[in-house]
Design a protein around this ligand. Sequence first.
Ligand SMILES: C[S@@+](CC[C@H](N)C(=O)[O-])C[C@H]1O[C@@H](n2cnc3c(N)ncnc32)[C@H](O)[C@@H]1O
Length: 202
Amino acid sequence: MENDFRRKPRRAARRSPPPSSSRSCRSCRVSIEALHRGLKVLDVGCGSGRALNLRASAFPQSDFTGYDFSAEAISAARAEAARLKLQNVRFMVRDAATLGELEHYDPITAFDAIHDQARPAKVLHSVANALKTDGVFLMQDIAGSSHVHKNLDHPLAVFLYTISCMHCMTVSLALNGDGLGAMATTEVLKFVRELPASEGVT
Ligand SMILES: C[S@@+](CC[C@H](N)C(=O)[O-])C[C@H]1O[C@@H](n2cnc3c(N)ncnc32)[C@H](O)[C@@H]1O
């Protein structure tokens, strides 16, 4: 679903039950309790590893792996893990498009990383293969629109288009990729929607 910041009426805050650590995805076994017991977790496009190191500190029984193709980012991630004396996290310089791992991880996460991919569909296929059958993929990406006129009232539009042109789109195009850019919500979601049909992912 595409965001339209101009026309979408503000929805009243929905009253939802307070988050509970015992609530989890209905059909899977990934939960806070399971993370305390021990899961195998992968973060693709982990950057300098802050989010993964935090999780590794919080869940010492789980194993955390972070992949990023930037050697500089991975080196910063390892330095932080060493400073925090974490034994349950490892960081590797890897291209997320060619993971080559089969049914290995319980949850896989990607924070702000799919729109940056040269070949997002290939990364998502790699992720689908690397998940255990009851695993979960959690992806967070920028809530923009692929249509510039729909981003006119986006509070961060100028900033996001700047980093998009200076980094996200440019890096992807330099690798002969799709060059989605930071605001490519429609395209990112299209890749995600196409995934179940091609990979049997539900
Ligand atoms: C916007 S950063 C987000 C970093 C981190 N997830 C965070 O939230 O701070 C996107 C990251 O994806 C990485 N990346 C892009 N394409 C990649 C690929 N094919 N394989 C591995 N990492 C990739 C970039 O190097 C960058 O560190």
